[in-house]
Write a protein that binds this ligand. Structure first.
Ligand SMILES: Cc1cc2nc3c(=O)[nH]c(=O)nc-3n(C[C@H](O)[C@H](O)[C@H](O)COP(=O)(O)O)c2cc1C
Length: 176
């Protein structure tokens, strides 16, 4: 089965660090993503420090797994590269989403588990993160990925999600 079909959000991890060569391959995968005009407007912040991971957990009600993760990768946009300095020019959102998904797929390849935590456009999360980690104004955190070696007990079930009713052939509403 391909990596795409194996991937599921993993929110429970073993207390084991992730090797730096694996982290580098995750970042390489992120940087292989397609992007509008090939601008590659991303920057990545790798976070392993326990106090920093706890701080991230405190910024979002949906990031409770972060203290038990081995690391976090914040996928950030550099607006000077992606939005011409303008947050409203949001083609970069698609670029960053592609980079985030690439990292999640490489996480599977590395035998790790991870979960995409939504950050942008939640203002309070973006502000809290930017302040804690000293991001300059042109760098905006788009997503934070929690990752680590999966605790297999907590690994989610896989289920076929293919839904033919969501597919239209030639004209909307026309199905096979
Ligand atoms: C934009 C986005 C934001 C998400 N934010 C969170 C989050 O804050 N916390 C979390 O636990 N999961 C988050 N997720 C993961 C989703 O809950 C998960 O992908 C979804 O339930 C489907 O499950 P699966 O990833 O196992 O296929 C997010 C996913 C996306 C794409």
């Amino acid at each position: 089965m391909s990596t795409i079909f194996q991937r599921r959000s993993v929110r429970s991890y073993l207390p084991k660090p992730v090797e730096s060569d694996k982290i580098e391959r995750l970042l390489r995968a992120g940087m292989e993503a397609p992007s509008a005009h090939n601008r590659r407007p991303w920057e990545f912040l790798v976070i392993t420090d326990a106090a920093d991971r706890q701080a991230i957990a405190d910024m979002s009600p949906y990031a409770k797994m972060m203290p038990s993760a081995a690391a976090a990768i914040a996928v950030c946009v550099n607006l000077d590269l992606g939005g011409g300095g303008d947050l409203e020019d949001t083609w970069w959102v698609q670029d960053l989403a592609a980079a985030t998904e690439n990292i999640l797929l490489q996480i599977v390849e590395e035998g790790l588990g991870g979960v995409w935590l939504g950050w942008y456009p939640d203002k309070s999360r973006v502000e809290a993160f930017s302040q804690r980690f000293g991001l300059p104004g042109n760098i905006v955190p788009f997503a934070v990925i929690a990752l680590g070696y999966p605790d297999t007990v907590g690994c989610p079930e896989k289920k076929d999600r293919f839904d033919p009713r969501r597919v239209h052939y030639g004209t909307y509403g026309k199905q096979k």
